[in-house]
Design a binder for this molecule. Sequence first.
Ligand SMILES: Nc1ncnc2c1ncn2[C@@H]1O[C@H](COP(=O)(O)OP(=O)(O)OP(=O)(O)O)[C@@H](O)[C@H]1O
Ligand SMILES: O=P(O)(O)OC[C@H]1O[C@](O)(CO)[C@@H](O)[C@@H]1O
Ligand SMILES: [Mg+2]
Length: 568
Amino acid sequence: MEFSSAACSTRTRFCSPKTKSEGLLRHDCGACPIVTPWQLSYALRNRSYHNLQVCPSPLETWLHRSQPAPSRADLGNAENSHSEFENSHLGSKLTTLNQNYSNRHIDEPQVVPLPSQQQILSTPHLSDYIDPLPDSVNPLLHSRYFHPTEGFWLSDSDMVAQNIAVDILDPSSHTQTFFHRAGPRYHVKFTSDEVRAAIVTCGGICPGLNSVIREIVDALWYQYGVKQIYGIEGGYRGFYSSEPIPLDPRKVDHWHNYGGTKLGTSRGGFYLKKIVDAIESQGFNQVYIIGGDGTMKGAVAIFEEVRKRKLKVCVVGLPKTVDNDVGIIDRSFGFQTAVEKAREAVSAAHVEAESTPNGLGLVKLMGRNAGHIAVHATLGSRDVDCCLIPEVAFFMEGQGGLLDFVQQRLAENGHCVLVVAEGAGQELIKKSSSSSEKDMSGNPTFDDIGLWLGKTLKDWWKSKHPNELFALKYIDPTYMIRAVPSNATDTAYCTLLSHSALHGAMAGYTGFVAGPINGRFCYIPLDLVANSKHLVDVDNLTWAWVKSVNNQPDFIRKEQSEQEECVQ
Ligand SMILES: Nc1ncnc2c1ncn2[C@@H]1O[C@H](COP(=O)(O)OP(=O)(O)OP(=O)(O)O)[C@@H](O)[C@H]1O
Ligand SMILES: O=P(O)(O)OC[C@H]1O[C@](O)(CO)[C@@H](O)[C@@H]1O
Ligand SMILES: [Mg+2]
């Protein structure tokens, strides 16, 4: 490999080819230590640079040398010899880092110019289509309870960066997107008397729904002096089929202690014209819509229609999904509570399985398209042998199949615990009926993978080991994990989420979702969230972590893995 002197300061050149071929780098000044890529990566990890002299060359010089992303083969083979590693893509990446770090004095400023690939995702605002839109001073300024301090007010230039993990050698990973930070603005676009707010909950229930409703009511009432707050009953259809329910802090006082939604919810019933007509005729000018991916798609349509009619109505989405499958945001409220409850089911399955010879515990958890609950209950319990999720296909019979795996685990440990998400393995089940394939919202309904797996496992054991003891205990806590009040963490999240949402609406933002990005609440354009999907990323570390703590296989058929080897 050739090293251009442009990469280093004038007092530095890199070592001779001979030393390099031994996998070591050094400077010909004689004073610098010999550094291997392993030492360098150790030093970078542990911040022990004292022995490394580092070159102040700009990042671009690294980038020019950057290699294509390392292949699986580069990364995967722990038995690579040191020199094989040096020659691999990852090895040469570290070597490149090595060259550039190895001559920089650590007490020199370490500012490296980055190529700028930044974009701001601006939140829609009422002033985009209403002019003029006068300002008022935020009533919080004169609150009896609240004394804003310096730095309390946020402005449009306060933003949160989305991308906090980059590969410094890969320019394509440097793209940065910024979102408006959620929080109170000094100027607002509504007076307290003018606001007429509506709150609606749609889709399946989720821990924390009542907390969110309560906190919107409380904060509008106490912080902004808003007295016209209404609940819409039974989901979207409530806009046009029932009278709004007046809400005040006294009415919602205990709601956070209950699971479900006191306003009621439903699937289906989304008729855009009827809904927006109702919003207009009722005079609502802030509409808080709490729901999952389907609900957010509906909210986008409502926002677009409201904008078309040029109504002074803020449409605000508060993402709810026990499955945690809404994208962009860090996580949704209720998810942690659900995982905590799911873990109780996994523990019970483990105790049952351990208590009998050849005991098999099987737990089915929610997760229509995404296996986050199953993954986190698995990681949070550490009692699981195998976690099956919709994102990863598996098969039952033959070498490397699930039956093979269960057989081995029972032989090794005497018991085995399986966790399966409801959307997993659907292709293995022959649909028992074709009539109920969709729910009222158009979501596919699934046959019960838990029941199917339980029966298949029992039949298999009976035919293979007719005279041996075996006990399968099937636990399906589906609705128990979502029909509970939110835990402490989720309740705190719900409060921040609700406050974020209404600060945004008061400031005139509209067509946005409030939600955390990298731990900071933001305003995110509604359509972006509605069209996002957050599935378990099976190429990232979390899934690798699941497999490694369970020691569970990849369920790759033998013929398939042979073919893959051939290709390589
Ligand atoms: N594409 C869409 N456009 C407009 N409205 C939709 C759309 N998809 C769903 N909706 C409406 O949103 C509401 C809730 O949708 P759905 O039942 O899919 O639940 P969700 O919001 O996705 O929540 P979850 O799936 O987490 O329970 C329903 O009233 C449904 O009619
Ligand atoms: O029985 P329901 O109300 O349709 O809810 C079940 C669905 O709700 C979800 O939790 C989404 O909220 C899915 O995982 C599940 O398929
Ligand atoms: Mg949904």
